[in-house]
Design a protein around this ligand. Structure first.
Ligand SMILES: C=CC1=C(C)c2cc3[nH]c(cc4nc(cc5[nH]c(cc1n2)c(C)c5CCC(=O)O)C(CCC(=O)O)=C4C)c(C)c3C=C
Ligand SMILES: [Fe+2]
Length: 420
C-alpha cells in the first residue's frame, strides 16, 4: 500500500517507514482526491487534543469496534510506526477524506487503491477513532516483554475478575490493541476499521470485532436518552460532557497515577452482553420496572419524580418496603451504593443473527470509560452478586484497554508518550 504525506510518496508494501519519516518531519493533511461532505455527513470532530475523541464526544449512532493482535515478528520500532500510520490515517478519516492523498481513485490504474472507496461522498459523519492498548502489549500471556514496555505497565492496569454471568469466548475477548470507530453513518464507521485494518497488514491482525447500532447512552446533555433492546431509557444518569469536574474525577487517569505517560488517558472496558430479549419480553411491565428500578415509559426512578430526578433509595411505599428494590439494577450500580464510583457509559445495541430456536443473538455491547479497571470491577461485582437484572444477561466477550492521552497537535501521534 502506498500512502503519501505532504507530497512525499511513502513506501509500498506493508506500510511504513516513509510514513514514520513523514511524521518525524511534521505532516500536513493537505487536500484529498477523496470524499467530500454531503447531506448530513459534514459533522467533523477534531482528532487532536489533550484527550482522544470518542470518549466525551456526544455518542454517535453507530459503532464498529475492533481488537487486534500484533504480529509475532514485530519490533518496538515497527509498533511505533504502526501507531504513527494509524494516527495519520485516522486524522484524515475523521475529516471525511480518504486514508491517503491518492485515496480511492488517484493511485493509478495499475495499483490497488490505498482507500477502499465505500465512504466516498459520505463525509465525516461525526466519525471518531479511538485507540487503546491491551495489557498483553506490555506483558503477553507468557509473561514476555515483546516491546520493552513492561516497566511502563501501570500498576492500576489490573485484569478483571471472573463475574458470575461470564461465559467468555476467547475469540471475542482480549487483544493487544483496539480501535473504536463511532459515526452517524454505519458505512463510515466500517470504512474506518476496514482501512485501518488494511493499513496494519503484516503488522497486526484483526482478532475480533463488533458492530453496534443505536447508542445506548447519552454522553451530553444536548442528547435525548436513547433506549436499549429491553426498551428501557438507557443513559439517564450517565456522566455527561458538560460535567468536566466529574469527568476529571471519574474518567481521566489523574496526575499521581503510577505511570506519568498515561495521565489524561482512560481505561475502556468492553463487555459483549447478550440479553435474553425473548424472556424479558414475557415479563409483566411491573416486573420489568422493578428489576430496573425505573419506570419504562419515562425512565423516572420508582421513588418518584421525572427522568432526571435523583433516586431516593430510602423512600418506602405504603407496605413499608423501599419503592426502589435494593436488588434493582439502578440500586446496585448507583454511585451512592458503590463508594461514589461513577463511569462514562458509551455502549451500543447489537443483533448478530439468531440461533436454531429462533432466539435473537442480541444484546448490548457495553463500553465504559473509567480511570482504573478496578473501579469498574467494584461496580460490576456489586451488580453481578445479586442484581435481579443479571438473570437476563450473559456476558460473552470482555476486554480492557488503556486509552492513551490524545495526539495534541498535527505531527503528534497517539501513544507517543508511552515510547518517549
Ligand atoms: C458494571 C457496569 C454496568 C454494566 C455491565 C451494565 C449493564 C447494563 N445496563 C443496562 C441498562 C441500564 N443501566 C442503567 C444504569 C446504570 N448501569 C450502570 C452500570 C452497568 N450497566 C450504571 C453505573 C448505571 C447508572 C446508575 C445510576 O447512577 O443511577 C439503566 C438506568 C438508566 C440510566 O441511568 O442509564 C439502564 C436501563 C443494560 C441493558 C445492561 C446490559 C445489557
Ligand atoms: Fe446498566
Amino acid at each position: 500500500m502506498a500512502l503519501s504525506r505532504r507530497g512525499m510518496l511513502a513506501l509500498t508494501g506493508t506500510g511504513g517507514a516513509g510514513l514514520a519519516a513523514g511524521l518525524a518531519t511534521g505532516w500536513s493533511l493537505g487536500s484529498s482526491s477523496g470524499s467530500t461532505s454531503e447531506g448530513g455527513g459534514d459533522l467533523v470532530y477534531d482528532f487532536h487534543g489533550a484527550h482522544q475523541s470518542g470518549i466525551v464526544t456526544p455518542a454517535q449512532d453507530r459503532l464498529h469496534f475492533a481488537a487486534f493482535d500484533v504480529a509475532d515478528d514485530m519490533t518496538r520500532d515497527d509498533l511505533i510506526e504502526l501507531l504513527q500510520d494509524w494516527s495519520y490515517a485516522a486524522s484524515r478519516l475523521m475529516l471525511g477524506i480518504d486514508v491517503s492523498a491518492t485515496g480511492a481513485f488517484d493511485g493509478g490504474a495499475y495499483l490497488p487503491p490505498d482507500d477502499t472507496g465505500e465512504a466516498a461522498g459520505l463525509g465525516a459523519s461525526g466519525l471518531t477513532v479511538t485507540f487503546g492498548f491491551g495489557r498483553s502489549l506490555f506483558l503477553d500471556a507468557d509473561g514476555a516483554d515483546r516491546f520493552g514496555l513492561a516497566d511502563r505497565l501501570p500498576d492500576e492496569f489490573t485484569t478483571l475478575p471472573k463475574m458470575v454471568n461470564d461465559f467468555l469466548a476467547v475469540e471475542r475477548s482480549g487483544g493487544d490493541l483496539c480501535i473504536q470507530a463511532c459515526a452517524n453513518d454505519p458505512q463510515v464507521a466500517v470504512h474506518a476499521i476496514r482501512n485501518l485494518t488494511r493499513l496494519a497488514f503484516g503488522r497486526a491482525v484483526l482478532r475480533w470485532s463488533q458492530l453496534g447500532f443505536g447508542r445506548t447512552s447519552s454522553t451530553s446533555t444536548t442528547q435525548t436518552t436513547p433506549r436499549n433492546l429491553f426498551g428501557q431509557k438507557d443513559g439517564t444518569n450517565n456522566l455527561k460532557a458538560e460535567e468536566p469536574d466529574r469527568i476529571d474525577e471519574h474518567v481521566w487517569i489523574p496526575e499521581g497515577a503510577s505511570q506519568g505517560w498515561a495521565v489524561g488517558g482512560t481505561y475502556l472496558v468492553a463487555r459483549r452482553i447478550a440479553m435474553t430479549v425473548e424472556v424479558w419480553d414475557s415479563l409483566q411491565l411491573q416486573e420489568q420496572e422493578r428489576v430496573t428500578g425505573r419506570d419504562k415509559r419515562e425512565g423516572a426512578p420508582l421513588s418518584g419524580g421525572t427522568e432526571f430526578t435523583a433516586p431516593d433509595f430510602a423512600k418506602a411505599g405504603a407496605d413499608g418496603q423501599p419503592l426502589i428494590d435494593p436488588r434493582s439494577h439502578v440500586a446496585r450500580t448507583h454511585p451512592d451504593n458503590n463508594g461514589g464510583i461513577a463511569m462514562l457509559r458509551r455502549g451500543y445495541n447489537f443483533v448478530d443473527g439468531n440461533d436454531a430456536q429462533g432466539r435473537l443473538d442480541a444484546g448490548l455491547f457495553f463500553i465504559g470509560f473509567v480511570r482504573s479497571p478496578d473501579r469498574f470491577a467494584t461496580v460490576h461485582r456489586n451488580m453481578a452478586r445479586d442484581d435481579m437484572f443479571v438473570e437476563y444477561l450473559k456476558t460473552t466477550g470482555s476486554a480492557v484497554f488503556l486509552v492513551p492521552p490524545g495526539a495534541t497537535s498535527e505531527g503528534h501521534w497517539v501513544g507517543e508518550s508511552l515510547f518517549a
